[in-house]
Design a protein around this ligand. Structure first.
Ligand SMILES: C[S@@+](CC[C@H](N)C(=O)[O-])C[C@H]1O[C@@H](n2cnc3c(N)ncnc32)[C@H](O)[C@@H]1O
Length: 213
Protein backbone atom coordinates (compact mmCIF):
# COMPACT_ATOMS: atom_id res chain seq x y z
CA UNK A 1 0.00 0.00 0.00
CA UNK A 2 2.88 2.32 0.83
CA UNK A 3 4.34 1.54 -2.58
CA UNK A 4 1.03 2.26 -4.33
CA UNK A 5 0.78 5.59 -2.50
CA UNK A 6 4.36 6.49 -3.46
CA UNK A 7 3.71 5.82 -7.15
CA UNK A 8 0.40 7.63 -7.01
CA UNK A 9 2.20 10.71 -5.63
CA UNK A 10 4.68 10.37 -8.48
CA UNK A 11 1.81 10.15 -10.99
CA UNK A 12 0.15 13.25 -9.56
CA UNK A 13 3.38 15.24 -9.92
CA UNK A 14 4.05 14.36 -13.56
CA UNK A 15 3.60 16.75 -16.47
CA UNK A 16 1.85 15.09 -19.41
CA UNK A 17 4.13 14.19 -22.32
CA UNK A 18 4.12 16.83 -25.10
CA UNK A 19 1.67 16.31 -27.95
CA UNK A 20 4.24 16.28 -30.78
CA UNK A 21 7.95 15.40 -30.82
CA UNK A 22 10.75 17.18 -32.67
CA UNK A 23 10.08 15.10 -35.79
CA UNK A 24 6.43 16.19 -35.76
CA UNK A 25 5.15 12.75 -34.71
CA UNK A 26 2.14 12.44 -32.39
CA UNK A 27 3.26 9.07 -31.03
CA UNK A 28 6.75 7.73 -30.48
CA UNK A 29 8.68 5.33 -28.25
CA UNK A 30 11.57 6.66 -26.19
CA UNK A 31 13.80 4.29 -24.18
CA UNK A 32 15.89 7.06 -22.61
CA UNK A 33 15.41 9.87 -20.08
CA UNK A 34 16.08 12.44 -22.82
CA UNK A 35 13.56 13.66 -25.40
CA UNK A 36 14.24 12.77 -29.04
CA UNK A 37 17.24 10.65 -28.12
CA UNK A 38 18.35 7.05 -28.48
CA UNK A 39 16.98 4.05 -30.35
CA UNK A 40 13.32 3.71 -31.20
CA UNK A 41 10.94 0.74 -31.20
CA UNK A 42 12.74 -0.90 -34.14
CA UNK A 43 15.05 -2.70 -31.69
CA UNK A 44 12.02 -4.86 -30.86
CA UNK A 45 11.66 -6.04 -34.47
CA UNK A 46 8.41 -5.71 -36.40
CA UNK A 47 5.58 -5.40 -33.87
CA UNK A 48 2.68 -5.59 -36.31
CA UNK A 49 0.27 -8.30 -35.16
CA UNK A 50 2.37 -9.09 -32.10
CA UNK A 51 1.14 -9.10 -28.51
CA UNK A 52 2.88 -6.57 -26.29
CA UNK A 53 2.81 -6.08 -22.52
CA UNK A 54 4.27 -2.95 -20.94
CA UNK A 55 5.17 -3.13 -17.25
CA UNK A 56 4.73 0.27 -15.59
CA UNK A 57 3.22 1.96 -18.64
CA UNK A 58 2.37 5.23 -16.86
CA UNK A 59 0.04 7.24 -19.10
CA UNK A 60 0.63 4.84 -21.99
CA UNK A 61 2.51 7.11 -24.40
CA UNK A 62 5.11 4.53 -25.46
CA UNK A 63 2.57 1.73 -25.71
CA UNK A 64 0.23 3.91 -27.79
CA UNK A 65 2.96 4.18 -30.40
CA UNK A 66 3.22 0.38 -30.68
CA UNK A 67 -0.55 0.23 -31.07
CA UNK A 68 -0.35 2.61 -34.06
CA UNK A 69 2.14 0.13 -35.59
CA UNK A 70 -0.41 -2.69 -35.39
CA UNK A 71 0.58 -4.37 -32.10
CA UNK A 72 -2.03 -5.68 -29.65
CA UNK A 73 -1.04 -3.89 -26.50
CA UNK A 74 -1.64 -4.30 -22.77
CA UNK A 75 -0.33 -1.81 -20.23
CA UNK A 76 -0.10 -2.38 -16.49
CA UNK A 77 0.63 0.25 -13.86
CA UNK A 78 0.37 0.20 -10.08
CA UNK A 79 -0.71 3.85 -9.66
CA UNK A 80 -4.51 3.99 -9.89
CA UNK A 81 -4.77 7.36 -11.64
CA UNK A 82 -2.51 6.33 -14.54
CA UNK A 83 -5.12 4.06 -16.12
CA UNK A 84 -7.68 6.88 -16.40
CA UNK A 85 -5.11 9.23 -17.91
CA UNK A 86 -3.97 6.58 -20.38
CA UNK A 87 -7.53 5.79 -21.45
CA UNK A 88 -8.40 9.49 -21.76
CA UNK A 89 -5.45 10.12 -24.05
CA UNK A 90 -5.19 6.90 -26.02
CA UNK A 91 -8.49 5.08 -25.55
CA UNK A 92 -9.56 5.65 -29.15
CA UNK A 93 -6.65 3.63 -30.54
CA UNK A 94 -7.39 0.00 -31.47
CA UNK A 95 -5.88 -2.97 -29.66
CA UNK A 96 -4.87 -1.11 -26.54
CA UNK A 97 -5.92 -2.02 -22.97
CA UNK A 98 -4.76 -0.59 -19.65
CA UNK A 99 -4.95 -2.19 -16.19
CA UNK A 100 -4.22 -1.01 -12.68
CA UNK A 101 -2.14 -3.74 -11.02
CA UNK A 102 1.17 -4.55 -9.41
CA UNK A 103 3.21 -6.36 -12.06
CA UNK A 104 4.05 -9.54 -10.14
CA UNK A 105 0.36 -9.88 -9.20
CA UNK A 106 -0.66 -9.32 -12.82
CA UNK A 107 1.91 -11.76 -14.23
CA UNK A 108 0.97 -14.39 -11.65
CA UNK A 109 -2.70 -14.36 -12.54
CA UNK A 110 -2.81 -13.59 -16.28
CA UNK A 111 -3.15 -16.47 -18.69
CA UNK A 112 -2.11 -14.32 -21.65
CA UNK A 113 1.12 -14.84 -23.52
CA UNK A 114 3.12 -12.01 -25.04
CA UNK A 115 5.59 -11.70 -27.89
CA UNK A 116 7.12 -8.58 -26.38
CA UNK A 117 7.35 -7.45 -22.75
CA UNK A 118 8.86 -4.02 -22.20
CA UNK A 119 9.52 -1.74 -19.28
CA UNK A 120 10.89 1.80 -19.63
CA UNK A 121 12.23 3.13 -16.33
CA UNK A 122 9.52 0.85 -14.97
CA UNK A 123 9.05 -2.04 -12.54
CA UNK A 124 11.94 -4.14 -13.85
CA UNK A 125 14.02 -1.50 -12.05
CA UNK A 126 11.81 -1.60 -8.94
CA UNK A 127 11.09 -5.31 -8.44
CA UNK A 128 13.28 -8.13 -7.18
CA UNK A 129 14.59 -9.61 -10.46
CA UNK A 130 14.76 -13.09 -9.00
CA UNK A 131 10.99 -12.94 -8.62
CA UNK A 132 10.13 -10.89 -11.70
CA UNK A 133 12.34 -12.34 -14.44
CA UNK A 134 10.95 -15.91 -14.21
CA UNK A 135 7.38 -14.57 -14.06
CA UNK A 136 7.94 -12.58 -17.25
CA UNK A 137 9.62 -15.50 -18.99
CA UNK A 138 6.67 -17.76 -18.23
CA UNK A 139 4.35 -15.37 -20.06
CA UNK A 140 6.63 -14.79 -23.08
CA UNK A 141 5.89 -16.71 -26.30
CA UNK A 142 8.66 -18.83 -27.80
CA UNK A 143 11.16 -16.40 -29.33
CA UNK A 144 9.60 -13.55 -27.34
CA UNK A 145 11.64 -10.64 -26.07
CA UNK A 146 11.92 -8.81 -22.76
CA UNK A 147 13.32 -5.30 -23.27
CA UNK A 148 13.84 -2.68 -20.60
CA UNK A 149 15.71 0.51 -19.82
CA UNK A 150 16.72 2.51 -16.78
CA UNK A 151 19.51 4.78 -15.64
CA UNK A 152 22.81 2.94 -15.33
CA UNK A 153 24.25 2.63 -11.83
CA UNK A 154 27.20 4.87 -11.04
CA UNK A 155 29.81 4.57 -8.33
CA UNK A 156 28.03 7.29 -6.37
CA UNK A 157 24.51 5.93 -6.55
CA UNK A 158 24.77 2.21 -6.05
CA UNK A 159 23.80 0.08 -4.31
CA UNK A 160 20.61 2.06 -3.93
CA UNK A 161 17.99 -0.47 -3.12
CA UNK A 162 18.06 -3.44 -0.83
CA UNK A 163 15.17 -5.84 -0.39
CA UNK A 164 13.56 -5.25 2.98
CA UNK A 165 14.66 -1.63 3.28
CA UNK A 166 12.29 0.66 5.13
CA UNK A 167 11.75 2.66 1.94
CA UNK A 168 8.58 2.76 -0.08
CA UNK A 169 10.36 2.07 -3.33
CA UNK A 170 13.47 -0.07 -3.77
CA UNK A 171 15.53 0.09 -6.92
CA UNK A 172 17.54 -2.81 -8.34
CA UNK A 173 20.38 -0.80 -9.85
CA UNK A 174 22.34 -3.42 -11.78
CA UNK A 175 25.15 -3.04 -14.26
CA UNK A 176 24.82 -4.54 -17.77
CA UNK A 177 27.01 -7.45 -16.64
CA UNK A 178 24.84 -8.10 -13.58
CA UNK A 179 21.65 -7.98 -15.66
CA UNK A 180 23.16 -10.41 -18.17
CA UNK A 181 23.97 -12.87 -15.39
CA UNK A 182 20.54 -12.55 -13.77
CA UNK A 183 18.76 -13.04 -17.09
CA UNK A 184 20.90 -16.03 -18.02
CA UNK A 185 20.20 -17.66 -14.67
CA UNK A 186 16.47 -17.20 -15.30
CA UNK A 187 16.79 -19.02 -18.63
CA UNK A 188 16.92 -16.11 -21.10
CA UNK A 189 19.22 -16.21 -24.12
CA UNK A 190 20.64 -13.84 -26.77
CA UNK A 191 21.05 -11.25 -24.03
CA UNK A 192 22.21 -7.81 -25.06
CA UNK A 193 22.84 -5.30 -22.28
CA UNK A 194 24.40 -1.95 -23.17
CA UNK A 195 24.60 1.66 -22.13
CA UNK A 196 23.21 4.09 -24.71
CA UNK A 197 25.47 7.15 -24.61
CA UNK A 198 23.87 10.39 -23.40
CA UNK A 199 23.30 13.38 -25.67
CA UNK A 200 26.00 16.07 -25.79
CA UNK A 201 26.34 17.94 -22.53
CA UNK A 202 24.73 15.21 -20.36
CA UNK A 203 26.58 12.81 -18.08
CA UNK A 204 24.34 9.80 -17.67
CA UNK A 205 23.58 7.35 -20.44
CA UNK A 206 20.74 4.85 -20.44
CA UNK A 207 21.03 1.17 -19.68
CA UNK A 208 19.14 -0.81 -22.32
CA UNK A 209 18.65 -4.57 -22.11
CA UNK A 210 17.09 -7.12 -24.44
CA UNK A 211 16.78 -10.84 -23.77
CA UNK A 212 14.88 -13.63 -25.54
CA UNK A 213 13.18 -16.80 -24.39
C1 LIG B 1 9.47 6.20 -13.74
S1 LIG B 1 7.83 5.79 -14.17
C2 LIG B 1 7.95 5.40 -15.90
C3 LIG B 1 6.62 5.44 -16.59
C4 LIG B 1 6.66 5.13 -18.10
N1 LIG B 1 7.20 3.81 -18.36
C5 LIG B 1 7.41 6.18 -18.85
O1 LIG B 1 8.44 5.86 -19.46
O2 LIG B 1 6.96 7.34 -18.85
C6 LIG B 1 7.62 4.20 -13.42
C7 LIG B 1 6.22 3.66 -13.58
O3 LIG B 1 6.20 2.33 -13.11
C8 LIG B 1 5.05 2.14 -12.29
N2 LIG B 1 5.38 1.04 -11.35
C9 LIG B 1 6.38 1.02 -10.44
N3 LIG B 1 6.40 -0.14 -9.78
C10 LIG B 1 5.38 -0.88 -10.28
C11 LIG B 1 4.90 -2.19 -10.01
N4 LIG B 1 5.48 -2.99 -9.10
N5 LIG B 1 3.84 -2.64 -10.72
C12 LIG B 1 3.24 -1.86 -11.67
N6 LIG B 1 3.67 -0.61 -11.96
C13 LIG B 1 4.73 -0.13 -11.28
C14 LIG B 1 4.82 3.49 -11.64
O4 LIG B 1 3.52 3.70 -11.18
C15 LIG B 1 5.21 4.44 -12.77
O5 LIG B 1 4.10 4.79 -13.57
Amino acid sequence: MEVVAAWERYAQGRTPRREVNSAGARTWLNWTQYPDHGPDESILGDVQGRTVLELGCGTGCNLAHLSTLGAMCTGVDIAPSQQGKAVARWGSLPGLAFHTAEVTDYLSRTEGSFDVVLSIFGPVWFTDPERLLPLVRRRLSPGGVLAFSHKPPTAGTRPVGRPGEAKAVTRWDHTPEEWSALLASSGYSDIKAEVVPPPAGKDAGTLLVRAYT
